[in-house]
Write a protein that binds this ligand. Structure first.
Ligand code: DC
Length: 222
């Protein structure tokens, strides 16, 4: 079974690239960020502070998550409700980042993520896939780009979606999330020693995709 671990900071293009790569290679795509987002959404809805383990931990037994592919797109179900679109907001992203610092949440999702890697060839993206979840992954890629490049991409996506967010605010969010994700004690974002570093600051999507395919090909021989 082949597993590809893709880690990196928010906005590096991980999910767009990983989804496309998985489709091209015929692997199962596992978006672990969507799982943290679903937990963050659940906490927000319950009126709990996502950063407070005392408020979040008791909620975990009430959370059931399921990932499914529909028409080639990954959907995530939170207690049976399709929350795939609802989790794509800055507020839920921040909540996801906050619950991600909570060891009980990480332990809760670890089993689910490892189980998914046993079901077939997978391409999993997140923050700690190469370091914690799949330390023996066949291929590890650490995908990054400058904060400005990442904020600009995210801002352009928002513009295309007709959202009024200001670039300065998006950049501030990107930097705040970097600090939160890299500075936390529980499974902080860091490059695994055996991960290939790919900086996409000066690459477009097609170039990034080609570079990733090359890295995978060198190790898997596909
Ligand atoms: O990749 P994303 O933006 O959808 O992730 C949202 C947040 O979830 C991210 O800021 C940190 C957290 N996360 C995590 O801690 N570990 C993962 N494997 C994936 C996401």
């Amino acid at each position: 079974m082949i597993s590809v671990a893709i880690d990196g900071p928010a906005g590096a293009g991980k999910s767009t690239l990983a989804r496309q790569l998985a489709r091209d290679l015929g692997y199962i795509y596992v978006d672990t960020g969507a799982m943290y987002r679903a937990v963050g959404l659940y906490a927000l809805r319950a009126g709990a502070d996502p950063a407070d383990p005392a408020a979040v931990d008791p909620l975990l037994p009430g959370i059931r998550l399921r990932l499914a592919v529909l028409d080639g797109e990954q959907h995530i179900y939170l207690n049976g409700e399709d929350v795939s679109a609802l989790i794509r907001t800055e507020a839920v992203g921040m909540a996801a980042s906050a619950v991600g610092a909570n060891p009980a949440v990480r332990a809760f999702l670890l089993g689910l993520q490892r189980d998914m890697a046993r079901t077939g060839n997978v391409l999993m993206d997140g923050r700690d896939i190469g370091t914690v979840i799949l330390p023996d992954a066949t291929v590890k890629i650490f995908l990054t780009a400058s904060p400005e490049a990442r904020a600009r991409r995210r801002w352009l996506e928002y513009q295309a979606a007709g959202r009024p967010d200001r670039y300065e605010d998006v950049l501030a969010d990107v930097k705040r999330r970097d600090e939160q994700d890299s500075g936390r004690a529980a499974a902080p974002l860091r490059r695994a020693e055996d991960a290939v570093l790919l900086d996409t600051s000066a690459m477009d999507l097609a170039q990034s995709l080609a570079a990733m395919k090359q890295i995978i090909k060198e190790r898997v021989g596909e």
